[in-house]
Ligand binder design. Sequence first.
Ligand SMILES: NC(=O)C1=CN([C@@H]2O[C@H](COP(=O)(O)OP(=O)(O)OC[C@H]3O[C@@H](n4cnc5c(N)ncnc54)[C@H](OP(=O)(O)O)[C@@H]3O)[C@@H](O)[C@H]2O)C=CC1
Ligand SMILES: O=C1CO[C@H](CO)[C@@H](O)[C@@H]1O
Length: 339
Amino acid sequence: MSKIKVAVIGCGAIAQRRHIPEYEANPHVELVAFADPVIERAQKYAEKHGALAFADYRELLKEVKVDAVSVCTPNALHAPVAIAAANAGAHVLVEKPMAATAEEGRAMIEAAQQNGVYLMVGHNQRLMPPHAKAKEILDSGRLGKVISFRTSFGHPGPERWSVDGKDSWFFRKDEAIMGAMGDLGVHKSDLIRYLLSDEVADVAGFVNTLHKEGTDVDDNATCLLRMKSGTIGTLVASWTYYKGEDNSTVLWCENGVMKVGTHPDDQVIVELRNGTVERYKVGAIATNEKQTSSGVIDTFVNSIVTQTPPSISGEEGLRSLEVILAAFESQATGKVISL
Ligand SMILES: NC(=O)C1=CN([C@@H]2O[C@H](COP(=O)(O)OP(=O)(O)OC[C@H]3O[C@@H](n4cnc5c(N)ncnc54)[C@H](OP(=O)(O)O)[C@@H]3O)[C@@H](O)[C@H]2O)C=CC1
Ligand SMILES: O=C1CO[C@H](CO)[C@@H](O)[C@@H]1O
């Protein structure tokens, strides 16, 4: 079978640290084109792969026939780039948050459907071993129904991660659309929907911009979520932590409690009502500092190779995004928003 011809659009941090290395490691892939307005970023990888470099992604899509595209641009460009790629006949892997609005998200799904291509969203939290283990335990039914939860993602902000540091687009609303909620909160709305196999019914959000000078996006948020099943919980997203990273989830269930990402060595801990404690060392949740393979690229490529629609689909990404958008609406209106 011939290799899948892949283009990477946006050659910044996530492309350099995860997408490109993971494509390089996948035997089914040939990297054929790269685009970035800072052309040197695209050229560096084009030279390495005997591929083409473009400053404008539209030129890339016009000039090169690609089978698949990774969209690794600032958030505001996710929808236009993904739609252009789908219209060019390419399967699309788009980073999170999938879009700026629900309308954009729906247009992306429609573009993929109309062109007969797959649309996958880079919700890597689902694939991390501790979260996969937690899902397996919940699905086994041993813990019974989840009664309440708290899920958090906080760190000092994206400046240490992004290629542009403090001047990064992450802090500019026109390019980022959302701050910590779109950046970290959407990981957790996606995770909680996935772990619980449940949908969010109601959202009350407190979404603030407190900390960073010169930013016009949110950086510190807490939301109350009520799921369709009646389970209630909190979701925290913050760029205001002075050090470290908290990416943890605690689920209180009928038969015990499960703690995920709360302990550095035992990434999943189950404390049953009968006093039994189970500890699982399944590998750490990836952080910005410690890079591990996300599994996202292999999942996307496998989907194309086996002609199986990706489970982390556009529809999934849209539902996770809608929770975040509801939190902003709740902050703006002072009301609980029903989805
Ligand atoms: N799943 C995950 O865990 C993670 C996901 N992400 C997501 O990935 C996306 C990118 O983030 P990140 O890599 O950290 O950001 P970076 O700023 O490091 O990279 C984005 C790159 O896209 C480039 N770009 C801007 N406009 C265009 C354009 N029109 N065409 C092509 N490229 C363009 C930027 O160039 P310039 O500098 O000139 O603007 C920059 O090189 C975000 O949506 C983010 O939320 C990020 C980190 C982890
Ligand atoms: O998981 C993540 C870690 O931090 C990055 C920078 O804030 C995020 O963009 C990313 O999604």
